[in-house]
Design a protein around this ligand. Structure first.
Ligand code: NAD
Ligand code: WQD
Length: 338
């Protein structure tokens, strides 16, 4: 029996595949490399000393997906495949709705055909929108989003819940990630953004390595202790381990479960800059600029449900997140290149 991982070559997917392999699962990746590289697959093999099969497949291609399900005995799916750039989703909403929602429908149709009815879905804290106050918990309403990317997460959560409701053999786990940063401690896999990074940590590491001149801090007039935005940064390896715990539960479970994967701690932009400088001894040039449209003052999780139900808790410190992000950046200044 194998676990299918669409999007398994990407940032969070690749770290999760490592944890799955380390826990004895057979893993099959399906990725079209639209935002990743096949080099990540070689690195996964190097880290784990185990083999992993990877198909260059778009999840919108039902025929190709069907072939995978015919060839392999798939037990469950961990679905990471999606576009994820918030700003791009505002400019190209159709591209996001098509890939993220229709891709999920396509995957679910093929799963249904092959009677594979267990799925873990990569959702996001973005589904909490702007109206809920932190600490965010799973019972809060999720009907608003500030951008098309966020809507694709809300729509997919709802469509997965509907599928589980329609047929009681389905088991669905929605994992709402907070802000994943860090990298595997080997420095072999990590986040490899194309172009100028949108997210804070990859921007900081690229300033530190000299690829970018200066970080813009988006606003210092929020109602937070130092005025800059507060987020719940979580080490990507902790996040990956959360998937293994969620999968263990899901294999004996039907219905829908929803878990926040966060630390429960909020850190500001300046906290992250300071922690990075301290952990790496690299000074970060920055300037304060205007707020970024759509940002909220603070977002952090109540992570208790995941601890209670699946026995998962984030363990790594902010210092480790900074050190591991930096190791990955230093060892791979241009990301995954031959
Ligand atoms: P990523 O871009 O690194 O990984 C996504 C992977 O999916 C890539 O390898 C990409 O090539 C692949 N992909 C995209 N569309 C595909 C398609 N149609 N067919 C096959 N493969 C396809 O992103 P990530 O940060 O690893 O995110 C993984 C998942 O987690 C996404 O669903 C994302 O929305 C979600 N998420 C990410 C974050 C974050 O901050 N990184 C936060 C919350 C949720
Ligand atoms: C973090 C903080 C910024 C960049 C996004 C998505 C969310 C989820 C995770 C997928 C904020 C500040 C940032 C910079 C800055 N992704 N910042 N200068 O916005 O919390 O979440 O990624 O689901 O959906 O919206 O993450 O890393 O962009 O920002 O000052 O150059 O850093 O204002 O306070 P965010 P981020």
């Amino acid at each position: 029996m194998a676990i299918l991982v669409p999007g398994g070559a990407g940032y969070i997917g690749s770290h999760t595949v490592v944890e799955l392999l380390n826990n004895g699962y057979e893993v099959i990746i399906a990725d079209n490399y639209s935002n990743s590289s096949p080099i990540a697959i070689e690195r996964i093999k190097e880290i784990t000393g185990k083999d992993v099969l990877a198909y260059n497949v778009d999840i919108l291609n039902k025929e190709a997906l069907n072939d995978i399900f015919e060839k392999h005995d798939i037990e469950a799916v961990l679905h990471f495949a999606a576009y994820k750039a918030v700003g791009e989703s505002v400019e190209k909403p159709l591209m996001y709705y098509h890939n993220n929602i229709e891709g999920t429908v396509s995957l679910l149709e093929v799963m249904t055909k092959h009677n594979v009815k267990k799925i873990v879905y990569s959702s996001s804290a973005t589904v909490y929108g702007t109206e809920n106050a932190s600490p965010l918990d799973e019972t809060m309403p999720t009907y608003t989003a500030t951008n098309p990317y966020g809507y694709t997460k809300i729509v997919n959560e709802n469509l997965l819940k509907d599928v589980a409701y329609s047929d009681q053999e389905w088991g669905v786990t929605l994992l709402r990630y907070f802000n994943p940063i860090g990298a595997h401690e080997s420095g072999l896999i990590g986040e490899d953004p194309k172009g100028i990074p949108n997210n804070l940590m990859p921007y900081i590491t690229q300033v530190a390595v000299g690829k970018l001149k200066e970080l813009s801090v988006f606003g210092d007039d929020y109602d937070t202790p130092d005025g800059t935005g507060v987020r719940d940064y979580i080490h990507v390896v902790d996040l990956a381990k959360g998937h293994v715990k969620a999968l263990e539960e899901l294999l004996d479970y039907t219905g829908t479960n929803i878990y926040n994967l966060g630390t429960g701690e909020g850190y500001s932009v300046l906290d992250l800059i300071n922690a990075f400088e301290k952990a790496t001894n690299k000074p970060i040039n920055y300037k304060i600029v205007a707020r970024r449209p759509g940002d909220v003052a603070e977002v952090y999780a109540n992570p208790n449900l995941a601890q209670k139900e699946i026995g998962w808790k984030a363990e790594k410190t902010l210092e480790e997140m900074c050190q591991d992000s930096w190791r990955w950046q230093q060892n791979n200044p241009n990301g995954y290149v031959d």
